[in-house]
Design a binder for this molecule. Structure first.
Ligand code: ZN
Length: 328
């Protein structure tokens, strides 16, 4: 009989990496080996934390928990909002107490004695999908997450592109209609006011109000005791509801315009779409791919694969950790 020996210890030159996903409600931390397998995971809520000191101490606790006695190549931290990766400072967008101006990177390095890198969560997700997910093997990949808003990250010629000030990739705030509704950023008609999950729900409610008739979307939402959401739009469109199908057509058009801008700007060979909206599957992707191919200039046709993200809830952890993976 053959015995298979599984070697669970890592070679010294093959150190583990740690990723921290710093969210508005929780801190999720994982240790990965160099192949991207999650070895350990820890999660703590941020709700009861009163100060930035408590938040930092909690991050350190989760790292200590997952690390054990393992040698670590580095810790990547993914944070929502604008992140200055050069100074390691989170500028805004985090629901954490007295957070302004603190160099999380410097604080963590001081306490842990390990290299730390801080990046925006969409950039982390982009890098995670590129190294371990749907973007594997591509040369230039753009990641887009369609959720409450639209986040995005750019991997150009195999490198995570963060721009001169580390703020590259706010594609949700590129304008597709200057006469459109006002976005949270102050501009009118940003892409995220047309293609995010929030936007899809709004477009559906507007369509229902304009039609003045019953829609399956309302019935589905009522049954759950909630407002109409993107999920109800997809579900009702699939069941043949005309107002939902019309809404879907508009959503596909707006989303395709955003992807067209991406393809014309960066000429990627792959666009990976994540976020809740991407889980609608083929009913969303098939018409979206058709529409985008129709919108783009002729030489670009057939040059870019558009596909759903592969990594799910731990994409922030995996992408942040992957900043320290040896890729040669
Ligand atoms: Zn905007």
């Amino acid at each position: 009989m053959m015995t298979i020996v599984v070697n669970t210890t890592l070679k010294k030159e093959n150190k583990a990496v740690i990723g921290v996903d710093l969210g508005g409600t929780k801190i999720a931390t994982g240790m990965l080996d160099q192949t991207g397998s999650l070895l350990e995971r820890s999660q703590k809520a941020t709700a009861g934390l009163q100060s930035s000191e408590e938040v930092i101490a909690t991050i350190v606790d989760t790292i200590t928990e997952v690390r054990g006695r393992q040698e670590i190549a580095g810790v990547g931290v993914a944070s929502p909002g604008m992140v200055d990766s050069r100074s390691g400072v989170i500028l805004n967008g985090v629901n954490l107490p007295d957070w302004d101006g603190i160099s999380l990177q410097a604080e963590l390095e001081r306490r842990l004695g390990i290299s730390v890198r801080l990046i925006n969560d969409a950039n982390a997700a982009a890098w995670g999908e590129y190294v371990y997910g749907a973007g594997r093997g591509s040369q230039s990949m753009v990641y887009v997450t369609l959720s409450t808003g639209i986040g995005s990250g750019l991997v150009l010629d195999g490198r995570l592109y963060t721009g001169a000030s580390s703020f590259a990739g706010e594609l949700g705030h590129t304008v597709i209609n200057p006469d459109g509704i006002q976005c949270g950023c102050g501009q009118n008609g940003c892409w995220e006011t047309y293609s995010s999950g929030t936007a899809i729900a709004r477009l559906a409610r507007e369509a229902i109000a304009a039609a003045g008739t019953q829609s399956l979307m309302t019935a589905l939402a009522d049954k759950e005791g909630t407002a109409v959401s993107a999920k109800h739009v997809f579900e009702a469109a699939g069941a043949g509801d005309e107002i939902a199908q019309k809404t879907m057509e508009h959503v596909i058009h707006y989303t395709g315009l955003g992807l067209m801008n991406i393809i014309h700007s960066f000429n990627p060979d792959c666009i990976v779409i994540g976020g809740g909206v991407s889980r609608a599957g083929d009913a969303f992707f098939a018409p979206l791919i058709r529409k985008t191919e129709e919108l783009i200039l002729e030489p670009y046709r057939g040059t870019c694969t558009i596909k759903p993200a592969e990594l799910r809830d731990d994409v922030g952890i995996i992408g942040a950790a992957a900043l320290f993976v040896d890729r040669e």
